[in-house]
Design a protein around this ligand. Structure first.
Ligand SMILES: [Zn+2]
Length: 333
């Protein structure tokens, strides 16, 4: 996301392969030909949504395109067309729920039973997953992939149990990022991946930058694919060191979201007098008490990360909202 964008040509075989991989993702979430999958975005160059459509075709589910509309119009469309599943970022699922609440739209009027999340961590962050499942009263499933590699892993119905790697379409290795030696099962390392079916753009032993822990034990769902415990745990380039402590954005998000009053947040790591400093801006719900919310988040961060962040409660609606990948973690150089 920082260098020159890659230009990739997918052949028709590669395109079919993307659809096959997404078929695993959708079937893993329990979708069948009886489902109606809502995709709430306009389709740009990001391949994930196109591949989701191919996957829906593969499992014979109906696909409803939700692009070119605002959030409230999308909610009404889902209700009118009886969407049973939606694929979006965890951030957008929470955003839609917020729009519904503010507009007096009752989410129960949508017969949704499944949310499939991609594009960013969230469905594998326990507090975020719990919040999404609670506001939507539905189950959410994690999925991970990367445009340069393919859609490589998905969550099955046995939760929380991590994500299955699609081993029929990928070779996955978990290596120590420094020595490039394999790490033992259960230990965290970098996911190195080879895709087997993308004829137009094969990658061989690609260093994904994603940190995972391999679990080779069999899963109760009956699938024999290995699992990544807890999904993708973070990215090696996401980690920042604050006062000698390794901090991953997903770990901070999990702690912040445990405070039910928090509606949106922003984390900033800045450097003051050569020392890294953690600031957290919180937007809290209207009836919540500022001091209690601040204290709850402060205690959670101190207990789990041994850090003393500066926490500010900001007025409702001042922090940015996101539809695609959220940017809530900022490092000031
Ligand atoms: Zn399973």
């Amino acid at each position: 996301t920082t260098a020159t964008p890659l230009r990739v040509i997918d052949t028709s075989e590669s395109w079919e392969w993307w659809g096959r991989c997404w078929g695993y993702v959708l079937a893993g979430a329990g979708l069948t030909e009886n489902d109606r999958l809502f995709v709430p975005f306009s389709f740009g160059p990001f391949i994930g949504f196109w591949a989701a459509v191919e996957g829906a075709k593969g499992i014979k589910a109906l696909m409803i395109p939700g692009g070119g509309r605002d959030s409230l119009q999308r909610l009404h469309l889902m209700k009118e067309l009886g969407a049973t599943a939606m694929c979006c970022t965890p951030t957008y699922a929470l955003r839609l729920a917020e729009v519904a609440r503010d507009s007096g739209f009752d989410l129960c009027e949508i017969p949704l039973k499944t949310l499939i999340h991609a594009g960013e961590p969230g469905a594998n962050i326990p507090a975020t997953k719990a919040r999404i499942e609670s506001v939507w009263n539905t189950k959410c499933y994690d999925h991970a992939g990367a445009s340069e590699v393919g859609a490589h892993s998905f969550e099955c119905e046995i939760q929380p149990n991590g994500t299955h790697a699609i081993e029929s379409e990928f070779i996955v290795e978990v290596l120590n990022p420094e020595t490039l030696e394999p790490v033992p099962a259960g230990e965290q390392g970098e996911l190195v991946i080879t895709n087997l079916g993308r004829i137009g753009y094969p990658v061989i032993r690609y260093r994904s930058g994603d940190l995972v822990r391999l679990n080779p034990e069999s899963c109760e769902c009956g699938r024999t694919f290995v699992r990544f415990e807890g999904g993708v745990l973070g990215r090696s380039d996401d980690m920042v060191v604050v006062r000698g402590i390794n901090v991953f954005p997903s770990a901070v998000e999990n702690l912040v979201r445990q405070c039910e009053a928090v509606e949106e947040f922003r984390i900033t790591v800045s450097t003051e007098r050569e020392m890294a400093h953690l600031t957290i801006d919180l937007e809290i719900s209207k009836n919540a008490d500022e001091e209690t919310s601040r204290h709850t988040v402060d205690q959670a961060i101190q207990n789990e990360l041994s850090l003393r962040p500066e926490i500010k409660v900001v007025p409702s609606g001042t922090l940015p909202r996101f539809e695609m990948k959220a940017k809530r973690f900022h490092v000031e150089k």
